[in-house]
Design a protein. Structure first.
Length: 288
């Protein structure tokens, strides 16, 4: 099968439509949580941002799908929009069920130029999900939350991997159809660089905001990170991200493209870190 061909498009859209899961947030097996676990869950600081991101994505994709001329692609993108909106409803259900305090914020505006917005979102989702797969597994191994919660969110992370696969194949098909297939590597580098810069800018803003808050406030750093029992290093983190990404991507049709930029870059970084001399434990620390 040739990437960018009609056969490629049909395989991609058929696979995406046929692999859709039917569920609603209220039907999921939500567990009862004890006081300590509730405090830890409520202390995680990203629920509001996750809710805004998923809800906005659902709305943006629904709007963009309406502009797509190809009926097969339009149907697939509309389905992704419904799945993103459902992710938002899952997070909202969690917030309501466990009484998580989420600040009220205005819904972010959606630009009128929808296709570039979908492309930025798609590369951003590839960026975020690669590292989210690793963080999810690390949190699971450290028993940060009950296994029942990880069981609920595990298929949702598989859906993110599925969205990544759809997007990477859709953008490749689109670029080749437009005669720009030779630009794909350069475009990916540009888009991933932009995604990284946006996340660094966001992190800088969050850091400045945190410095202004009272030191008596407890967020995820105080209530969540201490629960990790693994001796986490950058090398270990990258190893888990690479392994989890490969595991989730292996579930889908081998004829489809996979996001390669971050796995390859992380693999190079991981192998480099393995070659670096390891810091020897301090004799004082050993004696203690």
């Amino acid at each position: 099968m040739r990437i960018g061909s009609e056969e490629h498009k049909q395989l991609l859209c058929d696979w995406f439509m046929n692999s859709h899961l039917l569920y609603e947030p209220e039907e999921l097996p939500w567990p009862q949580l004890d006081g300590t676990t509730l405090d830890r869950l409520r202390g995680i600081p990203f629920w509001d941002e996750a809710l805004r991101t998923e809800s906005r994505a659902g709305q943006m994709l629904d709007m963009y799908a309406a502009t797509v001329k190809d009926p097969t692609i339009r149907e697939a993108i509309a389905l992704q929009g419904r799945e993103e909106a459902r992710h938002g409803r899952v997070i909202q259900y969690l917030i309501d069920r466990y009484n998580v305090n989420v600040p009220d914020k205005e819904a972010p505006e959606i630009p009128a130029d929808l296709e570039p917005e979908f492309i930025r979102f798609g590369y951003g989702e590839c960026f975020d999900s690669f590292f989210a797969f690793g963080l999810f597994e690390i949190a699971r191994q450290s028993k940060l939350m009950p296994e029942a919660l990880f069981t609920i969110f595990d298929p949702i992370l598989d859906e993110e991997a599925r969205h990544m696969t759809f997007f990477i194949n859709w953008i490749a098909y689109k670029q080749i159809q437009e005669g720009k297939g030779w630009l794909r590597p350069f475009n990916s580098l540009w888009q991933y660089s932009g995604a990284l810069q946006r996340r660094l800018d966001n992190l800088t803003g969050i850091t400045k905001k945190k410095k202004k808050e009272s030191s008596s406030q407890k967020g995820f750093t105080a209530t969540g990170v201490k629960s990790f029992t693994l001796n986490l290093t950058l090398e270990k983190f990258l190893e888990v991200c690479i392994a989890e990404n490969a595991k989730r991507m292996s579930k889908y049709d081998d004829r489809l493209l996979r996001p390669e930029f971050l796995p390859v870059l992380s693999g190079v970084a991981y192998q480099t870190l393995k070659l670096l001399p390891k810091k020897k434990p301090s004799p004082v620390a050993d004696a203690a």
